[in-house]
Design a protein around this ligand. Structure first.
Ligand code: NDP
Length: 395
């Protein structure tokens, strides 16, 4: 039985804590730490009520490496699960190296002052993790995360060669607000307002934001207009799927969401640079975040489903093959089980399963690794059993 330290008590952190508590045979001891301890305490109370387990809570500023390393030394966990924000990735990797413990996250590092989604900052830690004999597992959410594992499963078990991959992400749920984001508003808006990008025949192609769309038929949900955007898993997958000729990422957005976003962009509310306001500097997107609903608060009245997966084409035994590997998740079922909506749930469950792979030694390698570099089968077995059943549909 293992001790895990979860850092970040938002929508995703809550799901990871619940799911670890629901696996007492693996996680004997759970600590949830975050910047605001009262949020950890509220999650601990839900866990006691729903699953009859006691977890410990703590306060930590994860930007402060010395403070986090001291907490890790005091607690001696087997693993740190980072479900705070992407800005905390590097300080938390430093703290893990300092205190000698393995690391897992769900989103790649972004510098606060530039909206850039690149792995280069975290790949620069490879040698230090290798030398320390420690493992860092990057992107163990749904996308990145499960989508990477679906691609690895297709590469290793369904195809001789993979030619194209389209990762498709649909949230067909309804939360009843005119405008809200399903995970941290600042990170979400930075992602969807960035220029689109995909990879074809060995090079990256850039497009204006939301300038390419297609209608995709999502299992469990039906046809939905989907937009080509850049997403971080493309950067690692092009390196780890041999023979790949094209990879793209698609996400659905409702008209209401896009109209609000366009207005907010036009008036400058999505800017990430500081502006002068009444004698002090404020960052408009951070102010906007303070006004928008907290993503975790959307959960109680959320209805509908998410449908996320990979459409993969290639060859098997000399014949053309096309498959859709996917999961469908129901917002209200997530609320009943762990008091979360499906976007937090589909991220938190794979983080807890990735944590299980690491603490049990099923996945254990020194260095910095992506999900598609690991054996997909044990992860997918546990994923289905942990609430995210997945399916392979021949097309
Ligand atoms: P939230 O904003 O709901 O929660 C973030 C939590 O991190 C909050 O509790 C916040 O504290 C805490 N936090 C922020 N800064 C610090 C700090 N310096 N020290 C300690 N704690 C801190 O975000 P989500 O739960 O929606 O998202 C969590 C992560 O999951 C993000 O990195 C997001 O990008 C990622 N994600 C990944 C997905 C995937 O599929 N791979 C999909 C969705 C999200 P406070 O309460 O004080 O604000």
């Amino acid at each position: 039985m293992h001790k895990v330290l979860i850092i970040g008590a938002g929508g995703v952190g809550g799901v990871v804590a619940h799911k670890c508590a629901m696996a007492p045979q693996v996680f004997g001891d759970i600590v949830l730490a975050s910047r605001t301890q009262s949020r950890c305490d509220a999650i601990a109370a839900q866990i006691a009520e729903l699953h009859g387990r006691t977890i410990t809570t703590a306060r930590v500023d994860a930007d402060d490496v010395a403070q986090t390393a001291a907490l890790i030394r005091k607690l001696q966990p087997s693993l740190v699960v980072n479900v705070a924000l992407p800005y905390q990735d590097l300080p938390l990797m430093d703290a893990c190296l300092d205190a000698g413990v393995d690391y897992l996250d769900t989103a790649n590092y972004e510098p606060p002052d530039v909206a850039k989604f690149e792995y280069k900052w975290q790949w620069a830690y490879r040698e230090r993790f290798e030398k320390a004999g420690l493992m860092a597992l990057l992107g163990s959410g749904f996308d990145p995360g499960v989508t990477n594992v679906f691609c690895a499963y297709a590469r290793d078990h369904l195809f001789d060669t993979i030619e194209t991959i389209d990762i498709v992400d649909c949230n067909a749920g309804s939360h009843g607000h005119p405008f809200a984001t399903n995970f941290n508003p600042e990170i979400n808006i930075r992602e969807v307002t960035a220029r689109g990008k995909y990879w074809e025949k060995g090079e990256w192609k850039e497009i204006d934001p939301m300038s390419i769309s297609e209608v995709i038929d999502y299992p469990g949900v039906g046809p939905k207009k989907s937009y080509l955007i850049y997403h971080e898993e493309l950067e690692s997958l092009v390196q780890h799927i041999p023979g790949l000729q094209r990879i793209r990422f698609w996400m659905t957005f409702g008209d209401e969401y896009l109209t609000h976003l366009r207005v907010l962009q036009n008036v400058g509310m999505t800017r990430i640079d500081p502006v002068e306001f009444q004698g002090q500097k404020i960052v408009p997107i951070q102010f906007l975040k303070a006004l928008l609903p907290d993503p975790a608060s959307l959960a109680q009245n959320y209805t509908g489903k998410t449908s996320i997966g990979c459409i993969i084409e290639g060859k098997k035994d000399g014949k053309a093959r096309k498959v859709f590997i996917y999961n469908v998740c129901d917002h209200h079922e997530c609320w009943k089980e762990v008091r979360a909506q499906a976007v937090s749930y589909t991220t938190g469950v794979p983080a807890a399963v990735g944590a299980e792979m690491m603490v049990t030694g099923t996945w254990k390698r020194a260095g910095v690794w992506h999900m598609e570099q690991m054996d997909s089968v044990p992860f997918l077995e546990r994923l289905g059993a942990s609430g995210l059943p997945w399916h392979v549909q021949e097309m």
